[in-house]
Design a protein around this ligand. Structure first.
Ligand SMILES: Cc1cc2nc3c(=O)[nH]c(=O)nc-3n(C[C@H](O)[C@H](O)[C@H](O)COP(=O)(O)O)c2cc1C
Length: 349
C-alpha cells in the first residue's frame, strides 16, 4: 500500500511538538518545502485544535498531519501526594487533575473534518477508532518504542510506525509508562529501526537524535522510509519555542530522562529541577498540571532552572534558520551523505 511519505519530495517529517513549539506556520512551512509537517494537538481543547487546523489549512500546506495523545488512566492521589507536598515548599503549584485531553471530541472532529494523516503517541487507538479515521480518509501513524508495541499497532490497523528511539527529545511515546521498566535501557533509534524492519512489514518513520542529513541518511539506510525530527526545528523562527528553551539548545549540556515535570518519562536538558527530583513518580497528566504554574513562571522570568527544556541528544546541532531552508539543507545533506557512503569500497565476496 502506498502511503503519504512515498509521495513526498523529501523524506523529512516535522515532529509534532505540543506545549508551545508546534505552530500552524511551522507545520505549513515544512509541508510546503516538500517534507511533511505534523501539527501537535496534545494539551489542546477540541476548539483550539480546530482553530489550529483552520490556520494551517489557510497556509495552503498540501499534505500535513495532526498528532493526538492517547489517554491513559488516572493515578491514585496517594502515589504523588508526597512529591507534590515536597514541590509545594518551593513552588506555586496548580491542581493535580486527570483528564483525557479531549480525546473523544478530537476523534469526532477529525472524523467529521478529516486531515490526510493522524499520528498518535502514548498508546495505540483501538481498531474501531482507527477504522473510523480510515473511513474518513486519514492515514494512521502510531508512535512505538519497541517491537511488541509495533505488533500491537499493526494488529490495530496502523499504516505507518513512528519508531521513537531513546535519543528522542520530549516524552517517550511508550504505551504504558512504568517505573519497573526503567531497569532496562530503552532501545536507540538505529537498533529499533533494524529490529522493526526484521519483524513488522509496515513503513517506518525513524525518530530520535536525528539532526543532520547524515542522520537522515543513516535512518534510511537502516530501513526507515523517512525521518521525523523535532529538536532540529525548535529554533526555527516559525516555531513557538520559548526564548529560554531556544537559548539553552546551543549549550553543551547533557540530556536526561526525567518524570520530574510531568509524571511521564521525557528527555530534556539537564537543569536544577530535574536533578533535584530524580525519583518523581509516574502520574501523568496529574503532575503535568500541578507543575504548570511553576514552569510558566520560570519561562516568563527566563530562568532555565525550572523549565522543561525538552531536547534530543543531538540538540547542539540545532540551528536558527527558516523551516523551509532547514528542510532544503537537510535534503541536500542526506543526498550527499548517501552518495559518500556509496563511494566507499564495499566488496561482496
Ligand atoms: C519539545 C518537544 C515536544 C514534543 N511533543 C510531542 C508531541 O506532542 N507528540 C509526539 O508524538 N511527540 C512529541 N515529541 C517527540 C517527537 O515526536 C520526536 O519523537 C522527537 O522530537 C524526535 O527526537 P529529536 O527531538 O531528537 O529529533 C516532542 C519532542 C520535543 C523535542
Amino acid at each position: 500500500m502506498r502511503v503519504i511519505i512515498d509521495e513526498l519530495r523529501t523524506p523529512i517529517v516535522l515532529a509534532p511538538m505540543a506545549g508551545g513549539p508546534s505552530t500552524p506556520e511551522l507545520t505549513a512551512a515544512v509541508s510546503r518545502a516538500g517534507g511533511l509537517g505534523v501539527l501537535a494537538a496534545g494539551y489542546l481543547t477540541v476548539a483550539a485544535t480546530a482553530e489550529r487546523l483552520a490556520a494551517t489549512r489557510a497556509l495552503d500546506p498540501g499534505p500535513f498531519g495532526v498528532n493526538l495523545f492517547v489517554p491513559g488512566a488516572a493515578t491514585p492521589a496517594d502515589r504523588y501526594a508526597g512529591y507534590l507536598a515536597e514541590l509545594a515548599r518551593d513552588f506555586p503549584l496548580g491542581e493535580a487533575r486527570f483528564d483525557p485531553d479531549d480525546w473523544s471530541a478530537k476523534l469526532e472532529r477529525l472524523t467529521a473534518d478529516p486531515v490526510p494523516l493522524v499520528s498518535f503517541t502514548f498508546g495505540c487507538p483501538s481498531a474501531a477508532e482507527i477504522e473510523r479515521l480510515h473511513a474518513a480518509g486519514s492515514e494512521i501513524w502510531v508512535t512505538i518504542t519497541s517491537v511488541a508495541e509495533a505488533r500491537i499497532a499493526r494488529d490495530a490497523g496502523a499504516d505507518v510506525l513512528v519508531a521513537q528511539g531513546a535519543e528522542a527529545g520530549g516524552h517517550r511515546g511508550t504505551f504504558a509508562d512504568r517505573a519497573e521498566d526503567d531497569v532496562a535501557d530503552p532501545l536507540t533509534t538505529l537498533a529499533l529501526v533494524q529490529l522493526l524492519t526484521a519483524a513488522v512489514d509496515l513503513p517506518i518513520v525513524a525518530a530520535g537524535g536525528i539532526a543532520t542529513g547524515a542522520g537522515v541518511a543513516a535512518a534510511l539506510a537502516a530501513g526507515a522510509a523517512a525521518a521525523q525530527l523535532g529538536t532540529a526545528f525548535l529554533d526555527c523562527p516559525e516555531a513557538g519555542t520559548a526564548r529560554v528553551h531556544r537559548d539553552a539548545l546551543a549549550l553543551d549540556i547533557p540530556t536526561m530522562l526525567t518524570r520530574a515535570f510531568t509524571g511521564r518519562r521525557a528527555r530534556g536538558l539537564r537543569n536544577r529541577f530535574l536533578l533535584e527530583h530524580p525519583d518523581a513518580p509516574v502520574a501523568y497528566p496529574e503532575i503535568h498540571y500541578a507543575t504548570g504554574p511553576l514552569r510558566a513562571a520560570a519561562r516568563a522570568s527566563g530562568s532555565a532552572d525550572a523549565v522543561n527544556l525538552w531536547a534530543g541528544q543531538a540538540h547542539t546541532l540545532t540551528s536558527r534558520e527558516p523551516a523551509a531552508d532547514l528542510v532544503r539543507r537537510l535534503s541536500a545533506e542526506t543526498k550527499s551523505a548517501l552518495e559518500k557512503a556509496l563511494s566507499r569500497r564495499i566488496q561482496c565476496y
